[in-house]
Write a protein of this length. Structure first.
Length: 327
């Protein structure tokens, strides 16, 4: 069938942003295929009609609601496998995120289905979907066609634009799912959406990012002061290396194993610009880099590069911005 099933992750009474983007994308693609976009939500008593039905505003015509611990992969795999088997969906679509990757991979194994991960674009062609995935360090695009009865598409973070265009609340259908043995082996102890400080880097207009060049965890005081000077919708981000070193929380990590961002200004302090980091921030409108190594790769794709000691440059830049903004 041409219908598409989208997994809608939720947390603390709200549907995840990337899930809503996937619902919007699913609605667009289903329309082109002549089908419908359906969503599936898994949760407990907190999964109200209002929350479940809210995906209708983004294009889902129906939402399947299943009981289970939200945040664990296997219960979602069980629920999605049942819904697809009972209703014949042709595709399962996921927004970016670690849980989506885990559920999508588990569902592919359960159904013997083809799967495309880190997808940045999808199109309808000849009555089927074709997924596009960057390869070779984002230097080329691979096109994925599906030969299996069900195609599983897992987007990269922020790949799908969130668009409200539905007719209202989606119809809700409750689904009884018999949990598989593996789904009962794990227990949710604590949800860790942020894995550290409450950092919203995906929605920031200005991002000040710090890397190994800061020298130590305390070095982030410099970039935090600069972000504060910019004010407004600004935030601090980090590379994987400093996150792994424990200098800054994972919620702020940008790159292939972190988040993908597209701010109006991205200022990189002490970041070499490895390809794994580049893929997470190259869509920024303006990229400014400060690094003492004139041969750092980040200068190759920066709009403005400053070669020098960030410990001297960043404080002066902070002072200049404060003066420009009147203190």
């Amino acid at each position: 069938m041409a219908n598409i099933l989208v997994y809608a992750l939720h947390y603390e009474g709200a549907i995840n942003k990337n899930s809503l983007g996937a619902v919007s994308e699913g609605a667009r693609l289903a329309s082109e295929l002549g089908g419908e976009c359906h969503a599936i939500v898994v949760g407990g008593d907190d999964l109200t009609d209002e929350l479940a039905g809210s995906v209708g505003a983004y294009g889902a015509t129906k939402v399947y609601r299943a009981k289970g611990p939200e945040g664990l992969a296997q219960p979602v795999v069980d629920a999605m496998a049942k819904v697809i088997a009972d209703n014949g969906h042709g595709y399962a679509l996921f927004g970016g995120g670690l849980l989506g990757f885990e559920v999508g991979a588990g569902l592919a194994a359960r159904l013997g289905a083809g799967v495309a991960m880190e997808v940045t674009a999808v199109r309808a062609e000849g009555g089927k979907l074709v997924a596009e995935r960057p390869i070779l360090g984002d230097s080329a695009i691979s096109e994925i066609n599906f030969r299996s009865d069900v195609g599983i598409i897992i987007g990269r973070l922020n790949a799908f634009e969130t668009t409200e265009g539905g007719s209202g609340a989606a119809a809700i259908e409750d689904v009884d799912v018999e949990p598989s043995p593996q789904a009962q082996q794990a227990t949710m102890v604590q949800r860790g959406e942020q894995r550290g400080a409450d950092v919203d880097i995906e929605g920031a207009d200005v991002l000040i990012a710090g890397g190994r060049g800061l020298g130590k965890a305390e070095g982030f005081e410099l970039v935090e002061a600069l972000a504060k000077a910019f004010g407004g919708n600004s935030a601090v981000a980090a590379t994987r290396a400093v996150v792994d070193a424990g200098w800054y929380p994972y919620a702020a990590q940008i790159g292939q194993t972190g988040k993908t961002v597209a701010p109006k200004l991205y200022l990189a302090a002490g970041i070499s610009g490895a390809i794994q980091h580049k893929v997470g921030m190259q869509s920024a409108e303006n990229i400014v880099a400060i690094n003492k190594d004139a041969n750092a790769p980040i200068f190759e794709f920066s709009d403005l590069g400053i070669v020098g000691d960030l410990n001297k440059i960043v404080p002066k830049l902070t002072e200049a911005i404060k003066a420009k903004k009147g203190g």
